[in-house]
Design a protein around this ligand. Structure first.
Ligand code: B12
Length: 232
């Protein structure tokens, strides 16, 4: 297919534009055809996530901000995307489980959840068991869930800069209750600032991208068989 260059399969501008126009038109069959062709051509799932899905939603956001598309079109594009991501998940070749668990959630009040899903899938592709809780997770429910399942790591997603104060309240609570639990945070809210907030807690790290997340996961060692997490 024209999208592919040999060696490192990539996604051409032409394919990106075709996909994005179909996405904005809400044509899920045409979008699925593009994704299926990329998967059959061996394009990596991370490339499809970053260079097709993320990039197309950023384009949707830009057009929405400039009043070039309606809120309804933007909702439709997101719904098509989420359906496609579930389809892509079926193609993920899972490595052997490494015995580690992660919980991924969007910050309380935060309705954006696509980035968090990509993060959860990235953990799975590295052998982790990920529990993806989606958007707007209340802090107390998240804390109770952590208490129950004792993950080795927590990932929080924040898209809207105005929700930074909510993140702080959440971190105050969670770091007090689970002082040994490593927490990673990401999302486009940090384009506008807020990284210093994440630096003010021991055990909390801001991660810029899926590439940086993969680097972190490569450094993480599997949990030895028969040992439990030290969450609390
Ligand atoms: C779809 C969408 C919505 C949908 C979300 C539905 C859903 N199911 O997710 C709805 C309609 C709910 C929505 C609402 C709003 N939205 Co909106 N939305 C978007 C849009 C178009 C796409 C979001 C998306 O999925 N992007 C694709 C994902 C894959 O990208 P990502 O989130 O950046 O994630 C990547 C990285 O950031 C990182 N990452 C993300 N989380 C994490 C977590 C960890 C642990 C790690 C390691 C990495 C990581 O990895 C991901 C993969 O690379 C964006 C445009 C944009 N630029 O993204 C606006 C956008 C995010 N929205 C915006 C705004 C302002 C709003 C509203 C306030 C609008 C309003 N006036 O009502 C509300 C806020 C609602 C709320 N309470 O949260 C702004 C945010 C500006 C800001 N940063 O402060 C944006 C950027 C639009 C814009 N251009 O202005 N939105």
């Amino acid at each position: 297919m024209d999208a592919i260059t040999h060696g490192e399969p990539a996604i051409s501008e032409q394919v990106f534009k075709r996909y994005t126009e179909n996405l904005i038109a809400g044509d899920r069959n045409r979008c699925a055809a593009v994704v299926d062709a990329l998967l059959s051509a061996g394009v990596a799932i991370k490339t499809i996530y970053q260079d097709l899905i993320q990039r197309s939603l950023y384009e949707v956001g830009d057009r929405w901000e400039r009043n070039l598309i309606t809120v309804a079109s933007e909702h439709l594009a997101t719904a098509v995307t989420e359906g496609l991501m579930n389809r892509i998940y079926a193609h993920i070749a899972l490595p052997p489980a490494n015995g580690r668990k992660v919980v991924i959630a969007s910050v309380e009040n935060e309705l954006h959840q696509v980035g968090g899903k990509m993060v959860a899938d990235t953990f799975e592709m590295h052998g982790w068991d990920s529990d993806y809780l989606g958007a707007n997770v209340p802090t107390s429910d998240l804390a109770n869930f952590i208490e129950d399942i004792r993950p080795d790591m927590l990932g929080l997603s924040l898209s809207v800069y105005m929700h930074m104060a909510v993140l702080k309240t959440m971190l105050d609570h969670l770091t007090r209750r689970f002082p040994k639990l490593p927490i990673i945070i990401g999302g486009q809210a940090f384009r506008h600032g807020g990284r210093e907030l994440t630096r003010s807690y021991a055990g909390v790290r801001w991660i810029a991208s899926l590439d940086d997340l993969e680097e972190l996961l490569q450094q993480e060692t599997p949990r030895p068989a028969g040992t439990g997490s030290e969450t609390a």
